[in-house]
Write a protein that binds this ligand. Sequence first.
Ligand code: F6P
Length: 567
Amino acid sequence: MAFATATPDTLPAWQTLQQHAQALKHVHLKNLFGDDPGRWQHFTRQVAGLTLDLSKQRWDDDTLEHLLALAHEAGVPGAIEALLSGKRVNVSENRPALHTALRLPADASLDVEGEDIVEAVHDSLAQMERLVQRLHAGQWRGATGKPIRHVVNLGVGGSDLGPLMVTHALSDYRPRDIHPVEVHFASTMDGSQLADYLSRFNPETTLFVLSSKSFTTIDTLSNANTARDWLIGRLTQHADLPDASPHAKPISEALIVRQHFIGVSASPEKMSEWGIASDHQLMFWEWVGGRYSLWGTIGLPIALVVGMAHFRELLAGAHAMDSHFRDAPLADNLPVLLGLAGIWNVNFLDIRAHSILPYDGRLEYFAAYLEQLEMESNGKSVTRQGQAVNYSTCPVLWGQLGPNAQHAFYQLLHQGTQPVVCDFIAPLKRYDEVEEPDTRRHLKAQHRLALANCFAQSRVLMLGDDALDEDGPRPEHKRYRGNQPSTTVLLDQLTPATLGALIALYEHKVFVQAVIWDINPFDQWGVELGKQIATDTQAIIDGEGDIARMDASSRGLIEALWAAEQA
Ligand code: F6P
């Protein structure tokens, strides 16, 4: 395997970077810009419709040189090859992590342990396409014979966030002239989202997509069971439905489950056990991680919203980034550079908070998506060999739409005590497709307004008070210290292809960082204990366990619940 066998803190470049950081820690970003008028050119790269501006990172040419040396010493080039060629990079689960194979073109081939997997990938896409076509043609009928109008995706984590984020981002790309099908998402185990849908939708025209790689996730299965009972309760006695005929034939539960559920999972056995008809099952593979799964059949809601042609453009955009990641030299490789900027901030400048700030309402769920991608992947504290690390790994990552965050938490970014690195994300062009000229002019002006704010915020974070051409001292409460680093990612436009490239950029950035930190980004053992303890706790709440063995706080909380239920 191509990975380095040493932890990063023992590598020569790490030591060099530590010394180098001592000097650079005291240099203000404004001076770095003052010293180098060519900073934009030095630290900006473009590929696949994206421009990555790293000039506002608190680094210089020497820093980058040392970081690139670190990437070589940590074995990044070999690790990229291992990832893309299907080696078992997920060591704790002993399997490859092949989300990149989901976006290989049909004429490619990828031999993984003796089998070319590209054909199977494209067969699964073709099966998904057939289901999408039936729904878009109004040919998928519910149990009472009516065409489906609402599709509700029941899934959580990677089986929710990717499709939710992309469908929202690409809602302008809905195909015209199709039977109208609206797509919705229900993820929370408390049932709030689902309850809302059940109160509003007609069961006759509602289809559920049960999305779960494992098909064991209690959040998703509890929503699915509620949905199934709602359908059965309403459709087997359909006299109360809006236009039910008194002579209508009784409808069997089997028909209801068949016509109102599609399953998407890596476990066909569990889908069948639950009752999903075999021809309504979409498959994927254990070698696709949940948070990396939107590119295949878990992407069904995306294909339903944007159509298969646009879904394939999304895949092509991601594939363009994969090819760049494999072929570009490290010094020009966008995911490598983005990853190295993160390593520099976390491990050498001690900046361990990272905010994601898109300036485009269509990217509303991008921060939530990245929170899972980055923190579930790299929120680890043991090496690939199982040793405790003695350096920081994934920072705390959070965010929301930049314009709204300006009125919420930017105060802390500008005047708080925490150093924070920010990612600003925005498309350069928007609203060309709006037909009505006046509305187009207004909306384009609003887009410019958003960009002006985006560019202004990164400038103020960088320069502080110096952003103003103002003489004389300012009172302390009005002072801005600046020197907060940021990255700006510009998309030429937000299209399926550039969005695919953007997501793949972050996926690979996460991988590069994991390689350097010597951790496995493809498992998530840290979420298992909570699930197990929740099962025990539920048994105790239901009166089937021994509350006396719990701690005082947990006992108090459960007793408060029991008291409320009795009241
Ligand atoms: O609990 C965490 C997790 O396993 C995520 O990694 C995953 O995306 C999510 O749960 C949902 O899992 P599944 O798709 O198996 O229902």
